[in-house]
Design a binder for this molecule. Structure first.
Ligand code: NAD
Length: 286
């Protein structure tokens, strides 16, 4: 792989901003495009907060913080994207928004630039059709996990027409920023969400059958399986509305084994979405 000199990140939300930080902290220059400079600045300010916490924990220095932040440029008009070696897209999970971004980028970025999407639920092969036939071999999925500055895993997902060189590039690119990439086929839920939701659906069944409480199921997974966090606490973190949406996609793709459980649907109907609404499987307002 040729050296990566500069990376373009699209979207400075929860995922995009921290993906940008992964590259900047590894000494690579980054430019983030957002819909407004204000939003881009907010994303960068969040990073400042994350780096402050790392300093407190002794995992980074003031100097490293300054260097990382100085490597991140902001734009609201794709300024600087003509010289990036790879683009990581992390905009809203909306097909039209993503397709519009990629077709614009296709005209701006250099021909050898790799395009990677962080989508959690859309087929990479479908998104790849947003770019011209000359670029389609360079289109790939790079699925980071939240919080992206901490979690080591990246699922690297070739689309139907992605060339092997681009797969190798993406895998090496992940390693260069200290991540652990795994190669996964372009199927609904990729690998991790299939494993996760299989467990979550079963956790909901246990609850419906009165086998154990959410608290006890979480304790069982932590202390019996060595999970850092139990399924109900994790569902509350990722948001139950999103969890339900993903289970509908998995149900469409794989049938009965992913049918969303009534107890989850009811929770979402009640707007108990998890930490973001103050109540989910647990009550956070107490
Ligand atoms: N949140 C997670 O746990 C998680 C995990 C893995 C993957 N993902 C995926 O990452 C992507 C982003 O998710 P998120 O949680 O960061 O969402 P988010 O809502 O926090 O951030 C999305 C950002 O994209 C920006 N945006 C929207 N349209 C844009 C455009 N045209 N150009 C530039 N920026 C634009 C928004 O202003 C927003 O800041 C989604 O595809 C999601 O499925 C999310």
């Amino acid at each position: 792989m040729g050296k990566i000199n500069k990376v373009g990140v699209v979207g400075a939300g929860m995922m995009g901003s921290e993906i940008a930080l992964c590259f900047a902290a590894s000494g690579i220059n980054v430019v983030i495009h957002e819909t407004s400079l204000d939003l881009a600045k907010k994303g960068k300010e969040r990073l400042s907060g994350i780096l402050d916490k790392s300093i407190k924990k002794g995992k980074a220095t003031e100097e490293e913080k300054e260097q990382s932040l100085n490597r991140i440029d902001l734009t609201d008009n794709f300024n600087g994207f003509d010289s990036v070696d790879v683009v990581l897209e992390a905009v809203f999970e909306d097909l039209k928004t993503k397709k519009d971004v990629f077709s614009r980028l296709d005209k701006i970025c250099k021909p050898e630039c790799i395009f990677a999407t962080n989508t959690s639920s859309m087929p990479i092969t479908l998104l790849a059709t947003s770019v011209s036939s000359d670029r389609i071999g360079k289109f790939i999925g790079a699925h980071f996990f939240s919080p992206a500055s901490v979690m080591k895993l990246v699922e690297v997902i070739p689309a139907l027409d992605t060339d092997e060189e681009s797969v190798t590039f993406m895998i090496e690119c992940c390693r260069e920023i200290g991540k652990t990439p795994v190669r996964v086929k372009d199927v609904a839920g990729f690998a991790v969400n299939r494993l996760l939701h299989a467990m979550w659906v079963e956790a909901c069944r246990l609850l419906e059958e009165g086998v154990a409480t959410p608290e006890d199921i979480d304790l069982a997974c932590k202390f019996g399986l060595g999970h850092p966090i139990g399924p109900f606490a994790l569902m509350d973190l990722t948001s139950n509305d999103l969890n339900l949406k993903v289970e509908h996609i998995l149900f469409d793709a794989y049938g009965e084994r992913f049918r969303p459980r009534p107890v989850l649907k009811q929770l979402v109907d009640a707007n108990h979405l998890g930490r973001k609404t103050g109540r989910g499987w647990y009550n956070y307002n107490k």
